[in-house]
Ligand binder design. Structure first.
Ligand code: ADP
Ligand code: ZN
Ligand code: MG
Length: 480
């Protein structure tokens, strides 16, 4: 980026709420059912119907507001946002405009070097989703109204972000919070988290904001980052060439990694907002607010700090383990069986996460139960098996779902601590490698590792490594 310039970015994020039913009717929010089956006169906007507010939508949005230090407005109202579009059978979207339910919050982002920045939250409001137009089935456009009335919360940030990286960190944090709260599954690829980026640039030191554009249609965190980067570049180029930025909406095209203008006709909005006469004001009195607050789970940062203190974990470990609520839960469930916090952390961070990432499965579908992983760690710590054998048992557990103790018994993997048996193996290896003994005698201590490896191999990995090391050392010392 041209260093004369600075970008200004504000994000508008729509999060689909994990309620069973829609925002103003009893229709199911279930995804993937045949088109137009989760519909009723209310969400189709038939004349004369009356919406009924879904309490859960209020509770989830307030919970999000509390988690981001927002002020919760005791009174908020719904408004009608009028526009015509085929997937909006009502002809208006019921949303909140002038009096949203949450305002003036913040989300704190953390950079790789540990420094922090607070990003202001202008508002969080509730609204309904529209349906879907299907263009790729035959020559006609088809409409699926299942999504009409699906509850959303919109989280609008202050124009506090300055780089694409900050936007990425903000989104990551936001996703972490909604998933910890359990109010949204946070899946951007599937559209349950959608982000519009408002971008402008200005000369550094300038106080006034430049003209902004709005980039839509990014379906992954990385694409948001890329889209913002390329939009910043595009704007700087125009200004450097003496041109002016036009306020417009742009679409990110993930295939070409390019930004394309949306037809400008769709832009001239006049939504003619007015308070919805069919819906009562939403009153969240202090009693209700306190009740919602009492359902607040431990938030990611608190959990991370607790992991550092309670389990004496390095910050790095705690950060990874608390990156999602499922993973943190998995880790703590391992600890119901073993109190070797650091070993448990190592196993989860490396062995468990490797499979989860390679297979692209959610943590709660990881085949080995946390209790069984705990048992495996216990077997090592009780010296029943060596760490090396444990690494062989792990894939077996993945495949068979068996308790590790069972596998150890079946395959006769119990660690050998019998010094007599180990000594025989050591003598055999020493006798077979006179060259390495000479090297050792000439001062090359490194060959000890070679001997240990050979002895372990000879004993099929079952020898107690500590005893091997001790016996080997004393034998070698005697040779000096
Ligand atoms: P609009 O009326 O066009 O919807 P808003 O003031 O409601 O604009 O802001 C929408 C989003 O755009 C917010 O996230 C806000 O932080 C961001 N925003 C506002 N002005 C700018 C700007 N000049 N540059 C970048 N982002 C901006
Ligand atoms: Zn309905
Ligand atoms: Mg706006």
């Amino acid at each position: 980026m041209n260093s004369k310039y600075e970008a200004v970015i504000g994000l508008e994020v729509h999060a689909q709420l994990l309620t069973e039913t829609k925002i103003f009717c009893g229709c199911s929010t279930k995804f993937g059912v045949p088109p137009n089956t989760n519909v009723c006169p209310v969400c189709l906007g038939h004349p004369g119907v009356l919406p009924v507010m879904n309490e859960k939508v209020v509770e989830y949005t307030v919970l999000m507001g509390l988690a981001t230090d927002c002020a919760i407005n005791e009174r908020s109202i719904f408004a009608r946002k009028n526009y015509f579009y085929p997937d909006l059978p009502k002809g208006y979207q019921t949303s909140q405009y002038e009096e949203p339910i949450c305002e003036h919050g913040k989300i704190s982002i953390e950079f790789k070097d540990g420094s922090r920045k607070e990003i202001g939250i202008t508002r969080i409001h509730m609204e309904e989703d529209a349906g879907k137009s299907i263009h790729d089935q035959g020559t006609d456009t088809k409409i699926d109204a299942n999504r009409c009335g699906t509850p959303l919360m919109e989280i609008v940030s202050e124009p506090d972000l300055r780089t694409a990286e900050e936007a990425y960190l903000y989104l990551t944090k936001l996703k972490q919070i909604v998933t910890y709260l359990g109010v949204c599954d946070g899946n951007m690829e599937e559209g349950s988290l959608r982000c519009d980026a408002n971008v402008s640039v200005r000369l550094k030191g300038e106080e006034k904001f430049g003209t902004k554009t709005e980039v839509k249609n990014m379906n992954s965190f990385r694409n948001v980052e890329r889209a913002i980067e390329s939009e910043i570049e595009r704007q700087i180029e125009i200004i450097e060439d003496g041109g002016k930025i036009i306020q417009q909406t742009l679409l990110w095209d993930a295939d070409s990694n390019m930004i394309k203008p949306m037809r400008s006709k769709e832009e001239a909005h006049d939504y003619r907002y007015f308070p919805d006469p069919d819906l009562m004001p939403i009153i969240v009195d202090s009693k209700w607010r306190v009740r919602i607050a009492s359902t607040m789970p431990e938030l990611p940062e608190n959990r991370r700090n607790r992991f550092i203190e309670k389990y004496s974990l390095p910050k790095y470990d705690a950060e990874i383990l608390t990156s999602s609520r499922e993973l943190a839960d998995y880790y703590e469930n391992v600890l119901t069986v073993t109190d070797d916090y650091k070993s448990a952390s190592n196993w989860v961070m490396t062995d468990v996460l490797k499979v989860v990432n390679d297979e692209k499965i959610p943590v709660n579908q990881f085949p080995i139960s946390p209790e069984n992983l705990g048992k495996l760690i216990k077997l090592i710590n009780e010296k029943t098996i060596s760490g090396k054998i444990a690494k062989d048992i792990f894939p077996e557990m993945l495949k068979t779902n068996k308790v590790p103790n069972e596998i150890v018994k079946e395959k006769n993997l119990v660690q050998i601590s019998d010094t007599g048996e180990i000594e025989i193996a050591i003598d055999k290896i020493l006798a077979a490698n006179p060259k390495q003994i000479e090297e050792f005698l000439s001062g090359k201590d490194k060959v000890i590792g070679f001997f240990v490896g050979q002895i372990m191999k000879e004993m099929k990995g079952k020898a107690n490594p500590q005893i091997v090391n001790e016996l080997l050392k004393s034998k070698l010392d005697k040779l000096r």
